[in-house]
Ligand binder design. Structure first.
Ligand code: CP3
Length: 338
């Protein structure tokens, strides 16, 4: 039995005595304690494959920030790697894939049998679950098929993801083949995270915003739908960044929670998804402001969402140069709000 199950109750649509809060990217970006662990290893990937250290950095935000959930420290790019497409994490630049997906042959050699290759994640989940000692729920996660596809085609981050979008227009059949493979791998991965202790899972569609609504409906939504239909064990959170155009369609899937970025008005989102718990959506830049402003902006948002069927969060991951004291203050404001 969890001592603090506010997040799960809110996700299931049950009444909560107060609003639960966690922060996307809460582990690893703003804590000096993370940087100390990070500088003790040679690179990001060494950390991501070390269950003891993963456990340590996953617990840091729970201990230091007092959030109502832990999210397992990992990365969405472990899936392409487990499928057979290796990546490098280039210091202060981001991910880089030496080889990208270009044709049918490249797709055919990818495996969807990823579980054996991701044992380090599952071991990390087991360790973290034990160390948490039922204090708060543990969130598992994966990248959305479209976002993973983007990296596999593009090979790195991009403002436009024009190479990935080009594939959608030039070779839609091949695109669906790859998206389908990623989806199968992702479902197996999420199910195994749950089997090892994840209490809830979030699917991050970070590059949803580069697609038109029509493209999202054709190339992204069916796969998100497939994931929400397959994951029946625990609640699912769907988060599609910059895709406020799809909130209504998400409300018609089996998802429990819809994550929102700051470009959508809370009241608008409530109208479009009256049947779902909503999560979000404070602009991460608010945390650069003084405490008075943080409090005022937070209260405005909490009032707009209302106290039930709601999980407080930022509208995207916390920015690395945010003072962790400000993040801590934001969390305190939410937890003391009645
Ligand atoms: O939420 C958490 O605290 C758990 C950890 C987590 C990481 N990545 C650790 C990480 C999570 C949930 C992610 C997800 C992720 N990774 C997403 C989706 C969320 C989003 O922000 O939209 C995406 C798009 C990635 C891909 C990725 N990984 C990029 C673009 C980068 C470089 C820039 C950066 O810092 O985000 C990474 C590296 C990465 N993943 C770091 C961390 C802590 C920084 C690397 C380091 O410490 O050296």
């Amino acid at each position: 039995m969890l001592k603090n199950d506010l997040l799960l109750k809110a996700a299931r649509g049950e009444q909560t005595e107060r609003i639960p809060i966690w922060l996307m990217r809460q582990a690893g970006r703003i804590l000096p304690e993370y940087r100390a662990v990070r500088s003790s290893v040679h690179g990001f990937k060494e950390l991501v494959k070390n269950p003891e250290l993963i456990c340590e950095v996953t617990l840091q935000p729970v201990d230091i920030l007092g959030v109502d959930a832990a999210i397992i420290f990992s990365d969405i790019l472990v899936i392409p790697e487990a499928m057979g497409l290796n990546y490098e994490m280039i210091e202060s630049k981001g991910p880089f894939f030496p080889k990208t997906i270009q044709n049918a042959q490249d797709i055919s050699v990818l495996t969807t049998d990823v579980v054996p290759n991701l044992q380090y994640v599952f071991e990390s989940i087991r360790l973290t679950k034990a160390a948490l000692n039922n204090r708060v729920p543990l969130i598992g996660f994966a990248g959305a098929p479209w976002t993973i596809f983007s990296y596999m085609i593009e090979g790195k981050g991009s403002k436009t993801f024009s190479e990935a979008k080009k594939m959608l227009y030039v070779n839609p059949v091949l695109s669906h083949q790859l998206l389908d493979k990623i989806t199968s791998a992702t479902i197996a991965y999420l199910k195994e995270q749950i089997r090892n202790g994840a209490d809830i899972v979030q699917v991050f569609d970070s590059w949803a915003g580069v697609l038109s609504k029509a493209q999202y409906i054709e190339f992204a939504l069916p796969y998100m739908q497939k994931i929400t239909e397959a994951i029946t064990e625990v609640p699912v959170i769907l988060f599609a960044k910059d895709a406020h155009y799809i909130v209504k369609e998400f409300s018609q899937t089996n998802t429990s929670v819809i994550g929102l970025d700051w470009t959508i008005d809370p009241k608008q989102a409530r109208m479009e998804a009256p049947n779902k718990t909503l999560q979000g959506n404070l602009d991460p830049c608010v945390l650069y402001a003084d405490k008075e402003t943080i409090k005022a902006e937070t209260h405005k948002m909490l009032q707009a969402f209302g106290p039930q069927n709601y999980i407080c969060n930022l509208g995207h991951g916390v920015y690395p140069d945010v003072d962790f004291e400000k993040a801590k203050y934001f969390i305190e404001v939410v937890q003391s709000y009645r």
